[in-house]
Design a protein around this ligand. Sequence first.
Ligand SMILES: NC(=O)c1ccc[n+]([C@@H]2O[C@H](COP(=O)([O-])OP(=O)(O)OC[C@H]3O[C@@H](n4cnc5c(N)ncnc54)[C@H](OP(=O)(O)O)[C@@H]3O)[C@@H](O)[C@H]2O)c1
Length: 202
Amino acid sequence: MKVAIIGVGNVGRALATALRKAGHEILFGARSPDTQKPEQHSIPDAVRAAEASILAVPFPAAADVIAAAGGFEGKILIDATNPLGMMPEGLGLTMGYTTSGAERIAAQAPEAFVFKAFNQTGWENMQDAAAYAARPVMFVAGDDTARKRVVLTLVADAGFEAVDAGPLRTARLLEPLAMLWIELGRKRGFGSDFAVTLQRKG
Ligand SMILES: NC(=O)c1ccc[n+]([C@@H]2O[C@H](COP(=O)([O-])OP(=O)(O)OC[C@H]3O[C@@H](n4cnc5c(N)ncnc54)[C@H](OP(=O)(O)O)[C@@H]3O)[C@@H](O)[C@H]2O)c1
């Protein structure tokens, strides 16, 4: 499938590596596309040509990026961002409980089918999640049942155990999961070579 990745940073590049391995065609949407790299396009061109887009820019840039991109009409938009900001006690979420970054993004792109995924682990795990003995879990939140199957398949193709966590408002729970990974990885000495898995009894 043709997938646009908006943002050519750590997350964007790692997901491109994983999804290409599974046979997907990646079109990067960049604010300053590198003309030497044929896979890089302007953001509107990448979104227009793709069947689904993954948003991998800093959350504060998301509103402008979505407004400038256009072209999401009836298409899947996977929000991999986390609404992070500097708090007195360090990095933290700038919203939660009553809304989420994903819901804000859905309001900014009402013509798109917005899903939350790829936000709950470090970028280091996104290029080769399948390297773990047990597949790391990646929850998916979103409201459209038919398109959620497509998103779950993409997430599984990237090497994760893809789990439907419910409607988009469940992003209020998935964005704090990113904070847990950051806390363990960056502050509690876990580093970046760890991931969370899901086990079921029986
Ligand atoms: N880092 C992680 O482990 C991780 C894990 C899960 C989710 N996330 C989330 O994923 C998102 C991306 O993180 P990252 O680590 O990949 O960041 P990053 O390495 O800093 O890359 C950010 C990308 O966004 C682009 N960008 C920034 N501002 C932009 C704007 N106004 N318009 C268009 N493009 C813009 C940058 O373009 P330029 O190259 O032109 O500056 C760059 O390509 C963030 O929301 C983050 O919270 C990160």
